[in-house]
Design a protein around this ligand. Structure first.
Ligand code: NAD
Length: 541
């Protein structure tokens, strides 16, 4: 127990470095990148105090240079997953009983390590392994993960501070126990920050975790484990098992002590996991917490009052930064007829000005998509659009996989608002536009609401207050993060808590105390000072 009401350092957002030509950070990250690109890393499993090299390995290839190997990662057998669960459970009572300020200090230290000595190592690993340019890496693998770690500590103390009423006869106290058992974190390829936050947020609240990173994020996952260890996360608190997602998941979900899942990834995977949890419900000692942030089909609606330059910039940044591989990326747009020609010309000009290639060349705005599966999926939809009589490719539509998985940012115009690329999550640099008649604004909002199963992010761009108010009302349920006069990407921890509903997830808002509450099981303690000694109430006469 603590011996003081400690105040944590106020959380502030980590400033984004510029990496402008001549800056020290640019030189440092490029040197780190070059070194890491020419080395060969070997990523083990991290189970307790052991780094296990199973001998079953898969290669780590940069998406922009897929024949080059920067390392290998070892993959788990079922027995390793079972061992990771046991080791986590063995570590549980010491970690759960550790005073909260000790846990907080570990993760504040991790934030500081990333802000300082590990910043460029984590950025370079993200650039190489996940194909991000330096700006996309910096806002993810430096700033966002640092923000998650710092703000979550502050949110934890806010949760602890909130206490029930008491009076002189009885003292009511709430304590936030970690879940009874272990938490399973499954993370996607596209954000190093999410990969770090999903295990760390549950661990901060006193839980022990088995973490399975994405096969396509292994390089930066390994650096995160190095940081967690140096920050002082005790052995067994966060265990990393790599490999076959179905085997790992099935082994974990059939364990009686499984007490929660912290997932980010695609909708169909999350739904299959939810189904398995349902099937195993009689196995568990406690009802597992199910938290999942999943897919999106994020939209931008431009009203006739919008400035075409603002619309074009929101579309170009929102749809194409990190090759459209953000869950929040704009992938369908509804543009009013009277501004369309201007928006179209500006957007085509912007897209044609993009430089595409390796993240090492800092002039490149666009890099490769993550892997061959993604490349092939995007090519399939682009080729179909070329032959469809409902679609026309306005810019882009080319691709090349000889060296890296390069897909040119592509804008499709469709005459069918329910055309397949208006509805399906492609997760790449493809934006589909539907042009609506000015007088059909309200009906178009209904169309936006009813077109996709998702409800993650969306924007309205307009200078007409009535149009903004109408969109805010009519689109109430089709985005968990709704933006006015902005692009629909770029949520910042502490400012825009992130998450969506419908098929986009459980909307537990990563980077807020709502999320942390899912990793505790509150216990109410009522202490009565002078307990009654007679069962008879006064009304009995
Ligand atoms: P993915 O679903 O392919 O993989 C996510 C994780 O699940 C990986 O660790 C993967 O190995 C694992 N996995 C894959 N198949 C599995 C199975 N059958 N059983 C158990 N685990 C399995 O997603 P991805 O390609 O890594 O990431 C892109 C997806 O993530 C997109 O749909 C995107 O919208 C979504 N995403 C959502 C958010 C959000 O906050 N809503 C954030 C980032 C990404």
């Amino acid at each position: 127990m603590g011996k003081g009401f400690f105040q944590v350092p106020p959380a502030v957002n980590e400033p984004v470095k510029s990496y402008a030509p001549g800056s020290a950070e640019r030189e440092e990250v490029l040197n780190t990148y070059k070194k890491m690109f020419s080395e060969h890393v070997e990523v083990p499993l991290y189970i307790g105090n052991k780094e296990i090299k199973t001998g079953n390995t898969s290669p780590i290839n940069p998406p922009h240079d897929h024949k080059h190997e920067v390392g290998i990662y070892h993959t788990a057998e079922k027995s390793h997953v079972e061992e990771a669960i046991q080791v986590a459970l063995d570590a549980r009572s010491a970690w759960a009983d550790l005073p909260w300020e000790q846990r907080a200090a570990v993760f504040l230290k991790a934030a500081e390590l990333i802000a300082g000595p590990y910043r460029q190592k984590l950025n370079a690993a993200t650039m190489i392994g996940q194909g991000k340019n330096i700006y996309q890496a910096e806002i993810d693998s430096a700033c966002e993960i640092i923000d998650f770690l710092r703000f979550n500590v502050e949110y934890m103390t806010q949760i602890f501070e909130e206490q029930p009423e008491s009076d002189s006869t009885a003292w009511n106290r709430v304590e936030h126990r970690p879940l009874e058992g272990f938490v399973y974190a499954i993370t996607p390829f596209n954000f190093t920050a999410i990969a770090g936050n999903l295990p760390a947020s549950a661990a901060l609240m006193g839980n022990v975790v088995v973490w399975k990173p994405s096969d396509s994020q292994m390089y930066s996952a390994n650096v995160l484990m190095e940081i967690f260890k140096e920050a002082g996360v005790p052995d067994g608190v966060i265990n990393m098992v790599n490999g076959d997602p179905v085997m790992v998941t099935d082994t974990i979900l059939s364990h009686p002590d499984f007490s929660g899942i912290h997932f980010t990834g695609s909708t169909h995977v999350f739904k299959s996991i939810w189904g398995k949890i349902g099937q195993n419900i009689h196995t568990y000692k406690t009802y597992p917490r199910i938290v999942g942030e999943t897919g999106g089909k994020d939209f931008i609606v431009a009203h006739k009052s919008a400035n075409p330059q603002v619309v074009a910039t929101a579309l170009v940044r929102g749809a194409f930064e990190y090759q459209g591989q953000k869950c929040s990326a704009a992938s369908r747009a509804y543009i009013s007829r009277s501004i369309w020609n201007d928006v179209k010309d500006l957007m085509i000009e912007d897209v044609n000005s993009f430089k595409i290639g390796s993240p090492e060349d800092m002039g490149n705005f666009i890099n490769a998509v993550i892997h061959e599966g993604s490349f092939d999926k995007l090519v399939h939809y682009i080729e179909r659009a070329k032959t469809s009589d409902e679609a026309e490719i306005l810019v882009g539509g080319t691709y090349d996989k000889s060296k890296g998985w390069f897909v040119h940012p592509t804008v499709i115009e469709t005459t069918n608002p329910k055309y397949e690329t208006m509805e399906t999550e492609l997760f790449g640099p493809v934006l589909t536009v539907y042009v609506y008649e000015d007088e059909n604004y309200e009906e178009t909002l209904d169309l936006v609401d009813s077109t996709s199963e998702y409800a993650l992010t969306g924007s309205i761009i307009s200078t007409d207050r009535y149009a903004v108010a109408l969109a805010t009302k009519k689109l109430e349920n089709c985005a968990g993060n709704f933006y006015i006069n902005d692009k629909c990407t770029g949520a910042v921890v502490g400012r825009q808590p992130f998450g969506g509903a419908r098929a986009s997830g459980t909307n537990d808002k990563a980077g807020s105390k709502l999320n942390l509450l899912r990793w505790t099981s509150p216990r109410l303690i009522k202490e009565t000072f002078d307990p009654p000694k007679d069962y008879r109430y006064p009304f009995l006469g």
